[in-house]
Write a protein that binds this ligand. Structure first.
Ligand code: PAN
Ligand code: ZN
Length: 195
């Protein structure tokens, strides 16, 4: 997929990959797609009784990505868009799994295309903070910081990201210990709450 044919000097190529700015969607032969269902993320949510009433096959979020170099290559960068459905498991908003990077010092940019949400950041001391996301917000995720996004709006939340090709994803730590705070609905508003 990533093997490029030799291109004669001075050729001006037609674009082959596309990023639809207003929608965040990506198109092109090199765009990869993945998705996460509620069932795959069951252990991530607090309210297991509420979870049992929902369809485990429901897709909570999907990711499109363009990874121009093999995974793990030093010096490259990746680009992707995440689409998170609106919804809740009990009081907890639909969210991504969240992760530290396997190469923990690697940072990342997130920027919001549409919808509203909160970027939840947790440092190595397990202290969390949030940043509001809405169309046009730009977020820098520093190294050594776990990151997760929750959709607290009524429409799909779409954000794009750019990260180093050798950052990798360490999901295990979050799968085991979670984040120290959750984004919960309280009287109609989103709040970060310990637990
Ligand atoms: C993003 C995330 C994407 C999905 O591209 O991978 O939003 O979230 P999870 O990977 O936590 O399921 C990113 O942070 N890349 O490094
Ligand atoms: Zn990341």
């Amino acid at each position: 997929m990533n093997q490029k044919q030799e291109i004669p000097a001075n050729t001006i190529l037609k674009p082959s990959q596309f990023f639809k700015i207003t929608r965040g969607s990506m198109e092109g032969s090199e765009v990869a797609n993945s998705q996460r269902t509620l069932g795959e993320m069951a252990s991530y949510y607090m309210d297991q009784a509420a979870l049992q009433k929902l369809d485990p096959n429901e897709i909570i979020y999907r990711v499109q990505s363009h990874m121009a170099v093999p995974e793990g290559s030093p010096g490259g960068i990746y680009f992707g868009t995440t689409f998170i459905k609106p919804g809740q498991v009990g009081k907890e908003y639909f969210m991504t799994k969240g992760h530290f990077h396997s190469k923990p010092e690697c940072g990342e940019y997130y920027f919001c295309i549409k919808g509203t949400g909160v970027l939840i950041l947790m440092n190595r001391q397990r202290v969390c903070r949030g940043e509001h996301m809405a169309s046009g917000t730009l977020h820098y995720v520093p190294g050594e910081t776990a990151h997760r996004v929750a959709n607290c709006g009524n429409e799909e939340l779409v954000f794009s990201a750019c990260w180093p090709s050798d950052a990798g994803h360490n999901y295990e730590e979050i799968e085991k210990n979670g984040f120290s705070s959750r984004l919960l609905e309280h009287h109609g508003a989103a709040q970060l709450v310990n637990g």
